[in-house]
Ligand binder design. Structure first.
Ligand code: ARG
Length: 464
């Protein structure tokens, strides 16, 4: 028996549940793909005579009108209709009556949402690949502009050996290149047509899935209806590629932050990409780089959120899977913005070659070269290493004028050098200079200028 308060109680409950379960507040973003997919589906239903051709035409025309309503902003998304699929279907029925109800023949929201997500992600993956190629171009440009700059390369954040700044930048090029490959590879698994799996078992209607795939430009059709509606691997792979990419951007950010500090002073940030402090007038903060480093956390988090959502789900579709979207959208937005901004910032960085070179000189970064010099004239490397080490210790003890940290290797006289090894002649100074050190590293992939220039040329010839 209907209780007196039942109406009110139910309404209240429904309202809370509605708010808890709705996804329209974020999956409205899929509207274009939802309509595209529905048009392809309606055409297929007409072609297969599951509905009349004229009915399919009317549905398609109404769906196009709905697309226009949404893009002009006049469409009202309603929480009562839960998600993007039902919002559009409800409007369709509002427009063309019960015929609207035929669109969902041989389809379920389970395969529909998989289709929308794949269409969306296919496009976003392409756009990230394009942004990556723009980012790579920024690296190449900055490297070319500063082909003569030498800075200390670091290991353990201790000055190690002189490297060309351009070579250092091209290390990030390689990372970005691998990132693009990862997205390209993920695209193969994203680009699979799921519609027709229906709820999970397929459908009794004589549908033509390959025709739907052809209309939507999918090279592949999914093979197992149960897997089709329970699979989010393609989202996880994408989020994983995003995480690796953000890890790279975060490392670059960290270097930019260090380089922009007074202690390093290797670069100056463009004013447009830095902010001041509200209390300390002297400050110019590297916020874009810091936020990129920070946002890496949420991109990792999104990957873990979805891995965790999926790990305990029995086949096939479960409503838990609705939780994939906010994580996915957030990673897409974050990665696109980070790539774009980091690329733009690179183009405007000012490089302080003098400070870079000073740092390389001050850090005994050519000690290996001294050892190599001795080794080249026959001394066993271990012995040469020992001699070079003693030489560094000697330098540290000498407090020459204006040289707070002792002497630099290239300041030493031949007589001083001779204290550590016999047979040292004038040509040693070329080995002790930071430019000479870098120039001599001609092994394939090394930092010698001619190799870096050749690599830059190779990269400029590449399309993406
Ligand atoms: N909004 C849902 C999602 O994002 C669509 C699929 C709903 N399917 C269902 N059987 N309730 O996953």
């Amino acid at each position: 028996m209907k209780k007196l308060w039942a109406g009110r109680f139910n309404n209240t409950t429904d309202d809370i549940v509605e708010s808890y379960t709705e996804s329209i507040s974020y999956d409205y973003r899929l509207w274009q793909y939802d309509i595209k997919g529905s048009i392809a589906h309606a055409r297929m239903l007409g072609r297969q005579k599951i509905i009349k051709k004229s009915e399919a035409d009317r549905i398609v025309a109404a769906l196009r009108e709905i697309a226009a309503e949404i893009s002009s902003g006049e469409f009202q998304f309603r929480k009562e209709h839960e998600d993007i699929h039902m919002n559009i279907e409800a409007r369709l029925t509002e427009k063309i009556g019960p015929l609207g109800g035929k669109l969902h023949t041989a389809r379920s929201r389970n395969d529909q949402v998989a289709l929308d997500t794949r269409l969306y992600l296919r496009e976003e993956t392409e756009s990230i690949i394009n942004l990556l190629s723009r980012f790579k171009k920024s690296l190449v440009k900055l490297a070319e502009k500063n082909i003569d700059a030498v800075l200390p390369g670091y290991t353990h954040l201790q000055r190690a050996q002189p490297v060309l700044f351009a070579h250092h930048l091209l290390a990030y090029y390689e990372m970005a290149d691998r990132d693009a490959e990862r997205f390209q590879d993920a695209l193969q698994r994203i680009n699979v047509m799921p519609l027709g799996a229906a709820a999970l078992a397929g459908t009794s209607f004589p549908i033509d899935r390959h025709y739907v795939a052809k209309q939507l430009g999918f090279p592949d059709v999914s093979k197992n209806s149960i897997d089709t509606v329970s699979d989010r691997d393609f989202v996880i792979e994408f989020l994983s590629a995003c995480s690796v990419l953000m890890m790279h951007l975060s490392r670059l950010s960290e270097e930019i932050i260090l380089w922009a500090s007074g202690e390093f002073g290797f670069i100056e940030l463009p004013d447009a990409f830095a902010t001041g402090s509200s209390i300390m007038p002297q400050k110019k903060n590297p916020d874009v780089a810091e936020l990129t480093r920070g946002k890496t956390g949420r991109v990792y988090g999104n990957l873990f959120a979805l891995l965790t959502v999926m790990k305990g789900l029995p086949l096939a579709y479960n409503r838990d899977m609705q939780e994939d979207k906010e994580a996915l959208f957030d990673s897409v937005d974050t990665v696109k913005a980070a790539l774009d901004l980091m690329g733009r910032m690179l183009q405007k960085l000012k490089i302080n070659r003098h400070r870079m070179k000073e740092a390389a000189l001050g850090g005994f970064t050519t000690a290996t070269d001294f050892a190599d010099y001795l080794t080249a004239s026959g001394m066993p490397f271990r012995q040469a290493h020992e001699a070079a080490g003693k030489l560094v210790a000697y330098c540290l003890k000498q407090h020459g004028a204006g040289n707070k940290n002792g002497k630099k290797l290239e300041d030493l006289s031949l007589e001083e050098l001779a204290l550590f090894a016999g047979g040292v002649t004038q040509d040693v100074y070329d080995w002790l200079s930071v430019e000479g050190s870098a120039a001599r590293r001609k092994s394939f992939g090394g930092t010698a200028k001619e190799l870096v220039i050749a690599r830059l040329k190779e990269l400029k010839g590449k399309k993406r």
